[in-house]
Design a protein around this ligand. Structure first.
Ligand code: ADP
Length: 218
């Protein structure tokens, strides 16, 4: 057990971050805080924030740093994160978000930042096979052998490609990653908090590698 661990998982879109984070959060019983999931929930609920975010997401652009920092600040202040720690997935995505996060967490700093490394051509193929339940957000990978319409095992909702997973939007997001998010590797590398994990291995091996890094960091 690692009570109170505070982690960031970085990596290109489609590197398997989401699935690994869900597994880690169950294993260690710490909240998995995914800004993408939070934004998609706001879109489903049709909040004012959700309506504004939807357009930005569908264009494959980034939601503004101010909005994202406010959202994460509020979430990290809740009791579960404050007491159990957390796994941050999808945040920070820019150096400016990372600096704001350092301020937010000044009293309780992040223990370790893991870069789940998968090359661009591999993630592109993975993202185009990604499917998600419209109602509960469970992720799936299409093999082509699924029955249509595809129904979610968890809640019975419709399983579809994400609205923002069109080839154009995906390529734009991967370009944005190189421009805006890759500099985070240097940002955290300079502070000795960064560990790189090979995300091309089988999912079970990636999970084992992640837990080894996490145990070592405590
Ligand atoms: P992916 O699965 O492509 O990694 P996410 O599910 O993490 O993407 O996020 C989906 C979209 O939500 C992003 O393309 C972006 O528009 C927005 N988003 C999520 N997290 C952030 C963030 N930290 N800063 C800005 N925008 C974000």
């Amino acid at each position: 057990m690692i009570p109170g661990a505070r982690l960031i998982i970085l990596g290109r879109q489609g590197a398997g971050k989401g699935t690994q984070c869900v597994r880690l959060s169950r294993h260690y019983v710490v909240p998995h805080i995914s800004t993408g999931d939070m934004l998609r929930a706001a879109v489903r609920e049709g909040t004012e924030f959700g309506v504004a975010a939807k357009e930005v997401m569908e264009q494959g652009r980034l939601v503004s740093d101010d909005l994202m920092v406010g959202l994460v600040d509020e979430r990290l202040g809740r009791l579960d994160a404050a007491s159990r720690g957390y796994i941050l997935d999808g945040f920070p995505r820019t150096v400016s978000q990372a600096k704001a996060l350092d301020d937010i967490t000044a009293d309780r700093p992040i223990h370790v930042v893991i870069d789940l490394d998968v090359p661009r051509d591999v993630v592109l193929a993975r993202i185009l096979a990604r499917r998600v339940c419209r109602d509960c957000g469970t992720n799936y990978t299409a093999t082509g052998a699924e029955r249509q319409p595809w129904i979610c095992d968890v809640c019975g909702g419709d399983v579809m490609p994400r609205d923002d997973d069109t080839p154009d939007a995906v390529n734009r997001r991967l370009d944005l990653y190189e421009e805006q998010t890759a500099p985070l590797i240097e940002f955290y590398g300079n502070t000795d908090r960064l560990v790189v994990v090979d995300g091309t291995l089988r999912p079970d091996s990636v999970f084992t590698a992640l837990t080894e890094v996490i145990e070592r960091s405590r």
